[in-house]
Ligand binder design. Structure first.
Ligand code: IMP
Ligand code: MG
Length: 174
């Protein structure tokens, strides 16, 4: 996909190498028990499937739909559950798998929501973190890469539903 507005920030091979490290770390942090990976649709879908395969243990794959952004680049500040989980989280180790932590509004909301469902533990893995943009506190246990305050697309992340299927993570320039 040649597009003059795209500049590679993190290459596919860098992403894959980092995911192998995260998978190994998470596997050793959860040696036993029932581990549920909760993928936040749609942005985290590639990250979750690669992360799950990088883990050396059984995992349960779950999906949840959340919307906090409209079609553009700015947060509406409003979080909505568009698809809820089909299973109970009671007594399960739960790892929320998200593409990016930006303002923190989405994950702050989600941690409160899922925390009420009495999981045994609840942690977050995010491929990307833009710490400069944080307005709500979020504790992220596993971060792939910290990135500067730039709008990025690819490897699951979109701009108006476009660019999700790029292998690399790219900065989208105006
Ligand atoms: P937050 O609630 O502001 O932390 O936003 C998190 C959500 O905003 C992510 O799950 C993404 O869907 C979206 N988002 C934030 N920054 C970017 C970006 O640079 N590119 C694409 N989507 C983004
Ligand atoms: Mg998202």
């Amino acid at each position: 996909m040649k597009d003059p507005k795209l500049r590679v920030l993190i290459s596919a091979s860098q992403i894959q190498a980092r995911i192998q490290e995260l998978g190994a770390q998470i596997s050793s942090d959860y040696p036993d028990g029932n581990l549920h990976l909760v993928c936040i649709l749609k942005g985290a879908c590639f990250f979750m499937t690669d992360l799950a395969r990088a883990m050396k243990r059984d995992v349960v794959l779950e999906f949840m739909g959340i919307s906090s952004y409209g079609k553009g680049k700015t947060a509406s500040g409003e979080v909505k559950v568009t698809k809820d989980l089909d299973v109970s989280l009671e007594n399960a180790d739960v790892l929320i798998v998200e593409d990016i932590v930006d303002s923190g509004v989405t994950l702050n909301y989600l941690v409160n929501l899922l925390g009420q469902r009495r999981p045994k533990s609840l942690k977050i893995a995010a491929l990307l973190d833009k710490p400069e943009r944080r307005i709500r506190p979020v504790q992220v246990s596993y971060v792939g890469f910290q990135i500067p305050d730039r709008f990025v697309v690819g490897y699951g992340l979109d701009y108006a539903e476009k660019y999700r299927n790029l292998d690399d993570l790219c900065v989208l320039d105006e």
